[in-house]
Design a binder for this molecule. Structure first.
Ligand SMILES: Nc1ncnc2c1ncn2[C@@H]1O[C@H](COP(=O)(O)OP(=O)(O)OP(=O)(O)O)[C@@H](O)[C@H]1O
Length: 386
């Protein structure tokens, strides 16, 4: 998959910007707070996912404007397509000029994998971040997954509301079974998808981490279910799994009623990440945390390629800091078969790249665009810094 053109109007501090990236490495460089991440974030929105940092749509529109417009021209292995996003009082998506009902309809059309500094919380933050990662990654691969997840979240909300009422109206007790059965069915399906995904991802990410650490550290991951110890594959779930899930919900009902929320289920599961058998969350150095997240993201990209046949676009925001030279080189080598966007403040980090396009961002404007190899003066600057 290749992004051929991106046009932005009133997007954050990028009032009017257009780039025509190359099919391999695109470097977006500039000082802090100039608009580099904003550019990456704009591309990411075309995957149908929410921004990795904005809470509200209004945050994405330039402070002094009422609406923003983003358009792309991209090419997959079959054809060239256009997509547009209009941001205003609502968010509107268009694919080849046809309006889409919701953002998730973009999923499966435009594939990208993002690494941004906020993703570091994937390794050392709360389980919620890791569940969010799994949900977004599986949804890109299997669009029906997000449908099941939406249903699960709706049912969970209803059950939690009912738990609060149960305290005052015990006669409502019987109605909880209806919600529990639905939660058990949807939760079982989602657990199986997540288990299956983690099994496939772990093989790829473990290998990537091994290479990233110059074969000196062993990375591993494991899906920790709050309900099941182990489920084999998507094709192998049976009524007994739904029954076990249902029984656990019922077993915890008294406690759940007391606290007003559902204490077991896929919304409490976790993805455990380990280096040399020690949890990254508790023992990882900053470089190891960054490397673990990168191994997950590069693994995600590899899996997407294997399943869909399309190479996802890699969006790497401030990826090089805190990594030693060997790890930086490994990353650059690992992504060179894909279209990549790398933001950095300093050209030094990307010096081992032999070809690509370089965009200089300053104060919300793209100042220059150069192609075919880093210019001689950039190499000299780097040599001087060394
Ligand atoms: N809605 C908005 N309207 C106008 N400017 C905005 C808006 N949202 C963010 N900005 C501005 O965009 C700038 C940040 O841009 P961005 O996060 O892309 O920086 P960056 O170049 O990636 O910097 P760094 O290297 O520090 O990560 C900030 O100055 C911020 O005030």
């Amino acid at each position: 998959m290749v992004l051929k053109k991106l046009t932005l109007k009133n997007y954050r501090n990028l009032l009017s910007a257009q780039i025509e990236p190359c099919g391999n490495v695109n470097i977006i460089y500039g000082d802090n707070a100039q608009g580099k991440t904003n550019l990456i974030e704009a591309i990411w929105l075309f995957t149908g996912n929410n921004s990795f940092r904005a809470g509200k749509t209004s945050e994405l529109i330039h402070f002094e404007q009422q609406a923003a417009e983003l358009s792309i021209l991209f090419e997959d292995s079959e054809r060239e397509q256009q997509a547009k996003i209009k941001l205003g009082t609502k968010k509107e998506y268009f694919l080849n000029q046809v309006p889409l009902k919701k953002a998730s309809e973009m999923t499966g059309n435009f594939y990208a994998v993002i690494f941004s500094p906020v993703d570091l919380s994937l390794a050392d933050g709360s389980p919620k971040n890791r569940r969010k990662f799994l949900d977004a990654a599986i949804s890109q691969l299997t669009p029906q997954y997000s449908g099941y997840l939406e249903q699960y979240e709706r049912v969970l909300e209803q059950r939690n509301a009912l738990l609060k009422d149960l305290y005052r109206f015990p006669a409502l007790r019987d109605t909880i079974d209806i919600w529990d059965l639905q939660l058990a069915k949807l939760g079982t399906i989602l657990s199986i998808y997540r288990n299956d995904y983690v099994k496939k991802l772990s093989k790829l990410s473990e290998k990537i981490y091994f290479g990233l650490s110059s074969e000196s550290e062993k990375f591993s991951m494991c899906y920790r279910s709050s309900v099941f110890d182990q489920i084999e594959t998507v094709d192998h779930y049976e009524d007994c799994h739904i029954q076990a899930y249902f029984e656990l919900l019922q077993k915890n009902l008294e406690q759940d009623t007391k606290y007003g929320f559902t204490s077991v289920g896929i919304h409490r599961d976790d993805l455990e990440l380990m280096i040399d058998h020690l949890p990254v969350r508790s023992y990882g150095s900053r470089g190891q945390i960054r490397s673990s997240v990168l191994a997950l993201k590069l693994g995600e990209a590899e899996l997407l390629k294997r399943v869909t046949g399309e190479n996802p676009i890699m969006l790497l925001d401030d990826v090089m800091s805190e990594l030693d030279n060997k790890r930086q080189d490994y990353i650059l080598n690992h992504v060179k078969d894909k279209q990549v966007f790398i933001t950095c403040c300093d050209m030094f980090n990307t010096i081992s790249l032999q070809e690509g396009k370089v965009f200089h961002v300053e104060n919300g404007s793209i100042l220059s665009e150069r192609s075919h190899g880093l210019a001689e003066e950039d190499r000299n600057v780097s040599a001087f810094r060394q």
